[in-house]
Design a protein around this ligand. Structure first.
Ligand SMILES: Nc1ncnc2c1ncn2[C@@H]1O[C@H](COP(=O)(O)OP(=O)(O)OP(=O)(O)O)[C@@H](O)[C@H]1O
Ligand SMILES: [Mg+2]
Length: 243
């Protein structure tokens, strides 16, 4: 799925969080959205999927997620940074998700198992009582089971242990057959290192604007930008592009 943002802006009260974001992400690109805490990554993700009242234009394959909600949302999956505090049991949550998204319960259980979560074992527990990592695994499993053309995950590795993180990376590989061919990935992290294995492209936010938009290998060779200071590793040849 192609993402196009034109002059997307958002303010909360007097705070301008997004200051006119222009961005084009072609289908199949695997993008890390990075930037310091509070730079607007989660806000931008929510704007992309039409969950936020913002100005400017958001187009997903040429359609607005605000105006064509039903068709567009069917093709995407979103894992929020903070899991909702649902008092419903895991079984009830999964029942609702399978009904509304038309998913096979076995597809969710399979994806969860690959992340080392046994759905049968936790199905009677209230969702909000699961550990942070268990919630994250379940939400990721639901997202993967939907086989989305656009997968958005906000700090997806934040609560995962090292093994589950490696499993997630493997599941998201283009050759793993979990995501459909040509699926676009947009993943947030305040540290690119967390997502480096998963992405080929980096968009860095700084002060509500795009400070870098280019290949991941170029990000590591880019000239000093305050947003990326401390995030660069020893690495490949510079090929910076700013925009
Ligand atoms: N619902 C809201 N009401 C008021 N302010 C908000 C709201 N959501 C976000 N903000 C503010 O917008 C700014 C950007 O927040 P956002 O969550 O997008 O940052 P982030 O880059 O995702 O940060 P982090 O790395 O901590 O996840 C922050 O100053 C935050 O306080
Ligand atoms: Mg965030």
């Amino acid at each position: 799925m192609r993402i196009e943002l034109r002059q997307v802006a958002k303010r909360f009260g007097r705070t301008r969080v997004l200051k006119g974001i222009d961005l084009v992400i072609p289908p199949g690109r695997r993008v890390a959205l990075v930037g310091p805490n509070g730079s607007g990554k989660s806000t931008l993700l929510r704007a992309v999927i039409g969950l936020l009242d913002c100005t400017g234009q958001v187009l997903l394959d040429g359609r607005s997620p605000y105006e064509n909600r039903v068709e567009v949302v069917r093709q995407l999956a979103y894992v929020p940074q903070v899991a909702p505090q649902l008092s419903a049991t895991v079984a009830e949550v999964l029942g609702l998700v399978t009904l509304t998204r038309g998913l096979e319960p076995s597809a969710i259980a399979d994806a969860a198992r690959q992340l080392e979560l046994d759905v049968a074992e936790v199905k009677r527990r209230p969702f909000r009582n699961l550990s942070g990592g268990m919630k994250q695994k379940l939400l990721i499993a639901i997202a993967l089971a939907a086989r989305p053309s656009l997968l958005l995950m906000d700090e997806p590795t934040a609560s995962l242990d090292a093994r589950a993180r490696d499993r997630l990376f493997a599941l998201c590989e283009p050759g793993a057959g979990v995501l459909p061919g040509g699926a676009t990935l947009l993943l947030c992290s305040h540290r690119l290192e967390e997502l480096r294995q998963l992405v080929d492209h980096v968009v860095a936010l700084e002060d509500g604007k795009v400070a870098f938009d280019g290949p991941a290998r170029g990000f590591f060779g880019a000239p000093a930008l305050s947003v990326i200071e401390g995030q660069r590793g020893s690495s490949p040849p510079p090929e910076p592009r700013h925009g």
